[in-house]
Design a protein. Structure first.
Length: 152
């Protein structure tokens, strides 16, 4: 009888120990802080919604198939946008200010943008968007915080 009690106590102790282990964060994971990308967007004084798109390589940049995108309300003349956790590498960012909040990047009859926009490095293309080479920047192991200025 006494032996059975000891066995039951041992089982309970093991259960508690394993439960405790499961609840303890693995040290390596805790040290591996997320790398993030932040963009300070200047030229958002017109109000509306900042629309951003993140491209992870030339193919995505050229095709416009973003890796990730989002919308955030403009916050005065400059708006800080968090693009979230990211792997080190080379990226480009395209942003437009949706001033009328219709979710569209408005252009006129000739396809000329009617709303402010910009690319990382403040790169501009002669016709259409700038190349990935011109617009891209490096995110290192400490993450990145870049600034860009939208067109008037
Ligand atoms: Ca719009």
């Amino acid at each position: 009888m006494q032996l059975q009690n000891r066995a039951a106590m041992l089982a309970a102790a093991l259960l508690l120990a394993s439960a405790g282990l499961a609840g303890t964060p693995v040290l390596a994971e805790a040290e591996d802080a997320a790398i993030t990308l932040e963009v300070i967007v200047h030229g958002t004084g017109g109000g509306g919604v900042v629309n951003w798109a993140l491209y992870a390589d030339e193919g995505q940049h050229d095709s416009g198939k973003q890796m990730r995108g989002g919308r955030q309300d403009a916050d005065g003349a400059s708006t800080t946008v968090s693009l979230g956790a990211i792997e080190p590498g080379r990226y480009s960012v395209a942003i437009f200010l949706d001033e009328d909040g219709d979710g569209e990047f408005d252009t006129n009859f000739f396809g000329i943008p009617k709303e402010p926009f910009g690319f990382s490095n403040d790169a501009m293309g002669a016709m259409g968007k700038p190349s990935f080479e011109k617009a891209s920047f490096v995110v290192g192991t400490d993450g990145a915080r870049i600034e860009m200025t939208l067109t008037d």
